[in-house]
Design a protein around this ligand. Structure first.
Ligand SMILES: Cc1cc2nc3c(=O)[nH]c(=O)nc-3n(C[C@H](O)[C@H](O)[C@H](O)COP(=O)(O)O)c2cc1C
Length: 469
């Protein structure tokens, strides 16, 4: 049954599910069972999600955040219309509550047209209260934003009133609350407002603004203008999506990617089908995790990832030279598909057809980058050396043999047989080989996008770095 369910899910949820399963070391079916079990015990899906390890780098959120926006009855209510747009362009789902006074300033029609949702105004509305709608407005949100927050609403909050929908939602909520106060400077300066503001701050409520500036009233200026919609949206986003930790901050990471081209003569070369996508994705993820990343890439059709130092090379020997020139680094990841052989008798001029038949190409072995760097003296060797094993048969067996031969710390094994579409494709199914107590461990991940593989690998590197002395 679980596999049927998985097949019907949309791509984003399916990817999220697979990533979760990989993180928890479970099969997708087992992960679905855990979610169902926890849901039946009354825990929400997000509560059942494993707490990301402190060092983890998360994939971009595929689920949208939910904000309940309470619009108070002040002149600045018109700016709340722009705020709805600013939140929505950040992929935040917005549901609005209008106080009675707010309806004097903006219409329900405008608010619902912008939020694409029905608007809530009445605590005693039988249509929404049949299932305690005010509690749902409080609990189903990840964040409650009050903009404008009137002096009156703040006074009610500070005192714990709940005699209308807005104040009842605020009192019934255990979610973070962001207030954007807006009022006349004398109202803001009033001792009662000062007391209420201090009380709300003690209650853990976050405020943005008010700013100084012109008031709506003629010839009035001072502190009391509501923060601009953009500022409020940014503050909301910070509360919803706190900045990610940077587990690789201060670490130098070297990554190789792509194929190599081994010249036959000035116009011909031996190549392979590597696209470089996996190595580039790892560079992006490592950079996002705070690392100082150098990406050494063979010829590929990919642009330089922002914030990454990219060195472009052609042959395996060029790649090794650039790798050695980049040392010392803390972590080296060899994702490039380096040609095992090159032409020993490379033609100085374009080789010609002759009556004697085909030119006798002699293949000689290329330097082994992974083994060379893995076997460096401790002083020069990166603390963590990770190789990739691309195999078309007996994947795990061959990867284990490669692991034993090369002297690296981890191997990421992937099946590159043509039927899998890994070479040049966007997805990858990998197995992470490591050593524990002298034994080789194999951790098989479900099929993921190359970006997800990159994020997962970097997350694991972050944890290893954290544990390392
Ligand atoms: C034209 C006009 C503008 C107002 N502007 C504000 C304001 O900017 N800030 C404020 O706190 N109250 C303002 N008020 C007073 C509120 O509308 C009033 O306190 C109301 O009860 C607030 O209700 P609410 O907090 O339920 O939205 C204004 C009133 C009027 C008539």
């Amino acid at each position: 049954m679980a596999s049927l369910t998985v097949r019907r899910l949309d791509d984003a949820i399916r990817d999220e599910l697979r990533l979760r399963a990989a993180r928890n070391g479970r099969s997708v079916e087992d992960e679905v069972r855990v979610i169902l079990r926890e849901a039946s015990l009354g825990r929400s899906l997000s509560a059942a999600a494993p707490a990301a390890a402190p060092s983890s780098v998360r994939t971009p959120a595929s689920t949208r955040s939910h904000v309940t926006l309470i619009i108070g009855g002040g002149i600045a209510a018109y700016k709340a219309l722009d705020l709805i747009r600013r939140l929505k362009e950040r992929y935040i789902h917005v549901r609005c509550v209008l106080t009675k006074a707010a309806q004097q300033f903006v219409t329900q029609l405008a608010v619902s047209a912008l939020s694409h949702e029905r608007v809530y105004t009445d605590l005693f509305d039988p249509e929404s209260e049949f299932d305690a709608g005010h509690i749902r407005l409080a609990r189903e949100a990840d964040l409650i934003v009050v903009a404008p927050a009137t002096a009156d609403l703040m006074a009610k909050m500070a005192q714990g009133h709940a005699d209308d929908l807005a104040s009842a939602v605020l009192l019934a909520s255990d979610r973070p609350i962001l207030l954007a106060p807006a009022m006349n400077p004398l109202m803001w300066d009033n001792a009662a407002t000062r007391r209420n503001v201090a009380q709300l701050a003690r209650d853990g409520i976050v405020m943005i603004g008010p700013n100084a500036g012109e008031m709506a009233e003629v010839n009035e200026a001072g502190v009391g203008r509501m923060a601009e919609p953009m500022e409020i949206a940014e503050a909301a986003e910070r509360l919803l999506r706190p900045p990610q930790p940077h587990p690789l901050a201060g670490k130098r990471v070297l990554i190789t990617a792509g194929p190599t081209h081994e010249p036959i003569d000035p116009v011909r070369y031996i190549a392979n089908r590597s696209s470089g996508k996996q190595g580039f994705a790892i560079a992006v993820a490592a950079q996002a995790a705070g690392a100082d990343v150098t990406l050494i890439s063979g010829p590929v059709d990919l642009g330089d990832p922002p914030g990454v130092t990219v060195k472009r090379v052609e042959s395996a020997r060029d790649m090794l030279r650039q790798v050695e020139a980049t040392l010392p680094v803390d972590i080296a990841i060899f994702a490039a598909a380096v040609a095992d052989w090159r032409v020993g008798n490379e033609g100085e001029q374009k080789l010609k057809k002759t009556v004697q038949g085909m030119p006798p190409l002699q293949l000689v072995e290329n330097p082994d980058l992974l083994a060379t760097i893995s076997k460096l003296d401790t002083a020069k060797r990166p603390k963590l050396v990770i190789g990739f094993a691309a195999e078309t048969e007996h994947l795990i067996e061959n990867a284990k043999a490669k692991f034993a031969r090369k002297g690296c710390d981890w191997i990421v094994a992937n099946d590159v047989s043509p039927t899998g579409g890994v070479m040049g494709g966007d997805r990858n199914t990998v197995h992470l080989l490591a050593r524990q107590d002298g034994e080789i461990t194999v951790d098989s991940w479900p099929v993921m996008t190359k970006e997800q593989v990159a994020v997962e690998l970097v997350t694991r590197i972050g944890r290893a770095v954290e544990r390392a002395p």
